[in-house]
Design a protein around this ligand. Structure first.
Ligand code: ZN
Length: 472
């Protein structure tokens, strides 16, 4: 009896020590997602897999599992994908709504955002918050303001001042150097730049190894811009002006207009050029010119962010549909009421010229995809009544509608933007050592891309948020 008790005590002490040892180990939260279908953007689906998360990293992916974890999520019948990027966002466009946007993004599984234009200090302050509290904010990459020319488009007239006006090459150079020194993650070149101004941006960016995105400046041609090293093109903007047999006549006409003898504002001047040339161009396309452009974009790996949703949702008046109105409920009250009023006030006629353009964007997206050109999913939220977070899922749907496979649509919002920012070894895949930004879905998005909206839980930097949105 005595002996037995003694043995028992030793056993208990051993167990106790054993317990202390492991509880130290698991005191930093270890989460097991058990028996889940993992969808890795590169490897595709692997069924009934266990995924372990330690702190903010994926620590294990496989059939076997450790015995010790502090939390277990039953993944049976569910699908795990990496957290999504919205690669075209303007937080500064609505500074009031910007306070709620980070949480809205997380709610819809958007764990990283690429802000493509706005006041640098405003954006940098949100970026610093996201770095300080990575579990409660989406990751943020910022370009700062659109770098524009003498007649800058977003000059604060009617629309928020998203740009910086640069009168000449010297000014452009100094703005670029300042932005890079302040910590911009990439740069955005805009439409009213002169070819010389664009060239100086590319020259400095190359030296400083920073990406440049943008619209093709109206004064120069797309192949030159791509050859100069433009890393990405937003909205396929101004490609059509070069995909027509009349490209040189159009350039001549544009350069004339850009002298701006009527002294228009940048916004009106660009509006006039677009309305004179864009629909003409898509109605007079030339196959050889188009192929030449696709070739250059492919050869130079110029990423495409077609933002189909910023065309289709307003142009097809999708925002007036019951489906869209219903989803306005996610917006904060003040924004919801303002948007609702403006939506009610807007007419529901579809403009045939605009419709042609939206259709051309989708057709071009499909063609470029078939050509092997690379994509990132982005929206332009909160412009065009695009609901932050929610509308990225609309974009995925529209990419698939344009001909992209479901898996490639997922790539465009996960590993592709990671590659763009050289984070592909840390973020965007479901592999050991990757950051634990994940979405647990109730249904398979490879069967229907709409299933990315059927969210069971979002995991940001290892923290689990269960739907309806609360920290778990
Ligand atoms: Zn934009």
């Amino acid at each position: 009896m005595q002996h037995h008790l003694h043995q028992h005590m030793i056993k208990r002490t051993f167990l106790f020590v054993f317990f202390i040892f492991f509880s130290c180990n698991i005191s930093d939260e270890k989460i097991l997602i058990h028996n889940v279908n993992v969808i890795d953007p590169l490897d595709g689906i692997s069924k009934n897999t266990n995924v372990e998360i330690s702190n903010n990293k994926i620590s294990k992916v496989g059939k076997k599992t450790s015995i010790f974890y502090s939390k277990k999520i039953d993944g049976s019948g569910k699908y795990l994908i990496p957290g999504l990027w919205d690669s075209h966002v303007h937080l500064y466009f609505d500074q009031e709504l910007a306070k709620d946007m980070p949480m809205l993004f997380l709610k819809f599984g958007i764990t990283s955002i690429r802000d493509t234009g706005g006041d640098f200090n405003f954006l940098d302050s949100i970026k610093k918050l996201s770095e300080k509290y990575p579990k409660s904010y989406p990751r943020l990459k910022i370009s700062g303001p659109l770098i524009d020319g003498k007649f800058n488009v977003y000059n604060g007239e009617r629309l928020p001042n998203l740009s910086v006006k640069t009168e000449n090459v010297k000014e452009t150079e100094s703005v670029v150097n300042k932005l890079i020194a302040s910590g911009a993650d990439f740069l955005k070149a805009y439409e009213m730049l002169s070819p010389e101004q664009f060239e100086i941006i590319m020259k400095i960016a190359k030296k400083k190894k920073i990406n440049v995105t943008g619209h093709i400046p109206l004064s120069m041609d797309i192949e030159t811009a791509s050859n100069l090293g433009l890393n990405s093109l937003e909205h396929i903007k101004n490609l059509e002006l070069w995909a027509t047999k009349d490209k040189n006549e159009l350039l001549k006409e544009r350069r004339g207009m850009m002298k701006n003898t009527r002294d228009l504002s940048g916004l009106s001047l660009r509006g006039m050029i677009h309305s004179t040339q864009k629909n003409y161009a898509i109605n007079n396309l030339d196959e050889n010119e188009t192929i030449k452009i696709y070739n250059a974009l492919y050869k130079n790996s110029t990423w495409q962010i077609p933002t189909i949703s910023i065309y289709k949702v307003p142009i097809y008046k999708i925002f007036k549909s019951e489906y869209w109105i219903e989803n306005l409920k996610y917006l904060p009250k003040k924004t919801r009421e303002t948007w609702k009023k403006r939506i009610d006030f807007s007419n529901d006629k579809i403009d045939p010229k605009q419709k042609d353009f939206s259709d051309w964007i989708q057709k071009t997206t499909g063609e470029m995809y078939d050509y092997g050109i690379k994509f990132m999913a982005g929206t332009d939220t909160p412009l065009g009544f695009l609901i932050p977070g929610f509308s990225l899922h609309t974009e995925l749907e529209l990419l698939v509608e344009s001909g992209m496979s479901e898996l490639d649509a997922l790539k465009s919002a996960t590993i592709n933007p990671s590659r763009y920012f050289k984070m592909e070894n840390d973020l965007g895949l479901i592999k050991e050592g990757y950051i634990a930004d994940l979405i647990l879905l109730n249904k398979n998005p490879l069967n229907n891309i709409k299933n990315t909206l059927d969210i069971y839980a979002v995991i940001k930097d290892g923290k689990v948020y269960k739907e309806p949105m609360r920290a778990d």
